[in-house]
Design a protein around this ligand. Structure first.
Ligand code: AMP
Length: 442
């Protein structure tokens, strides 16, 4: 390459550390890297950002293409990837997002603690409905654009704090499971960690080889149930899951304990699942004879004749081909009855949740509430540390680019990419309402 050209482009290239103040402001650690709260150095009083430093170094060509795609996504309920920085000195990749002060993991945790201390906190009557509607809206947009999330869980559902987008849901980490599914380091080099299976659809646990939209819908059903009850519906002790095998006996057992064992008439293709034989060997239908979702939810004081329960049942349908789509779910009666969903999930009331705290570099904010043992999670929250289990076969292959970054052309595309028009929250038909009771608790 022309030496002068190289020097010129290096001088012109925006460096994350020159543009943003973020040192000492780490707010989270996820599967793919570290997240910092950042402010622009040029105008420190203005907007807050989240800067994600991707774990490992380098970037594959397919990751590059996917990042370019994600930069095109624009919807009020999907976190927007604003810029990508490639640091040529240490080969680190940085992603710049808008900053969201809250997330459902912290919100649910707050309510659980309040309940445990017998000081339940009042929440807007409509909050759960607004949250679920906005999650569905964002996922519908992603699905319509052929992006699957593949890792929906409370920690990935962000909610904006004070500001122009107050109380708006932002789905985070979308598409990243596919982006970075080819680990930058061999699995064995990573922390001995655990993956969260609680939001994983039964077909994946039975070895389905492809992700589908239905897998995201199952996870939304799990989040919905958790918001209604404050308990992770498919909570399962997760010890020493260090396998690439998707079959997970205890997680399936937990699902059947809530839902009952799937009837062949309800899920005909269950026989075709790769792990069907293991399932038949390991489980007896009669063990779960008394179990069903209605019983479980009634136990948690959610009435089976409520619209909320009716929608939940359609989202948590075992057969993925019969599971409701996001499009249909958004038109469900639950959202049409009063009170209808609102854009500010806090409905203008004071936000009771604490702001994100900064964590130190060696401190993992332990989402298991069990700081001493990252491998054994006996608590009611999923473990923070997660292993990248090899996902089912995907369509993108990841060929790592070695040596000098070979991504200039793509990065140029990313940095100048046009933005697609998104859908509007108010464009939904949720405002045609009829009166009935809503839920006002977690
Ligand atoms: P992730 O790598 O996306 O799983 O992020 C790890 C943690 O960082 C999340 O659980 C959030 O607590 C936090 N986080 C991620 N994205 C953002 C964001 N855009 N704004 C604020 N916090 C974020």
């Amino acid at each position: 390459m022309d030496y002068d050209y190289k020097v010129k482009t290096a001088a012109e290239r925006a460096k994350v550390e020159d543009l943003f103040e973020y040192e000492g402001c780490k707010v989270g650690r996820g599967t793919y890297g570290h997240v910092y709260k950042a402010k622009s150095k040029a105008s420190p009083d203005s907007k807050e950002y989240a800067l994600k430093q991707i774990e490992g170094t380098g970037i594959s060509m397919s990751a590059c293409r996917e990042i370019a795609l994600l930069r095109e996504l624009k919807h009020p309920n999907v976190i927007s990837l604003q810029k990508v920085f490639l640091s040529h000195t240490d080969r680190k990749v940085w992603l710049l997002f808008e900053f969201a002060e809250h997330d459902l993991w912290h919100i649910i945790k707050f309510h659980r603690s309040a309940k445990a201390n017998k000081k339940p906190v009042h929440i807007p009557r409509n909050m759960v409905k607004s949250l679920i509607f906005q999650i569905l809206d964002g996922i519908h947009y992603l699905h319509a654009n052929w992006v699957l999330h593949r890792d929906l869980k409370p920690a990935n559902i962000l909610v904006m704090g004070e500001g122009p987008e107050r109380g708006r849901v932002k789905i985070a980490d979308m598409g990243f499971a596919r982006l970075f599914n080819s680990p930058l380091k061999p699995l064995a080099d990573l922390d001995p960690v655990v993956v969260t299976f609680w939001y994983r659809a039964p077909e994946l646990l039975l070895g389905a080889r492809h992700y589908s939209k239905a897998i995201d819908i199952w996870a939304i059903g799990c989040i919905f149930a958790e918001l209604l009850t404050s308990e992770p519906i498919f909570h399962c002790r997760q010890e020493d899951i260090k396998t690439s095998n998707p079959y997970h006996h205890d997680q399936l057992d937990r699902i059947f304990n809530v839902m009952g064992f799937p009837q062949e008439k309800d899920w005909e293709d269950i026989r075709k699942m790769p792990e069907h034989q293991t399932l038949m060997k390991d489980f007896k239908r009669s063990t779960y004879g008394n179990c069903n979702l209605m019983k479980y939810m009634e136990k948690h004081k959610v009435k089976s004749e409520s619209k909320a329960f009716s929608l939940l049942q359609k989202l948590l349908t075992m057969d993925p081909t019969k599971r409701m789509t996001s499009e249909l779910a958004m038109k469900d009666q639950y959202f049409l009855e009063d009170p209808v969903p609102s854009q500010d999930v806090f409905e203008g009331l004071p936000i009771p949740y604490p702001k994100r705290e900064f964590i130190s570099d060696d401190d993992n904010e332990d989402k298991s509430d069990n700081k001493n043992n990252a491998n054994t999670n006996h608590s009611d929250q999923p473990p923070q540390k997660r292993v990248r289990v090899m996902p089912p076969v995907t369509t993108s292959s990841s060929n790592m680019v070695s040596g000098e970054f070979q991504v200039r052309k793509h990065v140029h595309n990313m940095q100048s990419g046009s933005q697609q028009q998104g859908m509007n929250f108010s464009s939904s038909n949720a405002s045609q309402g009829s009166a009935s009771s809503g839920y006002s608790r977690f």
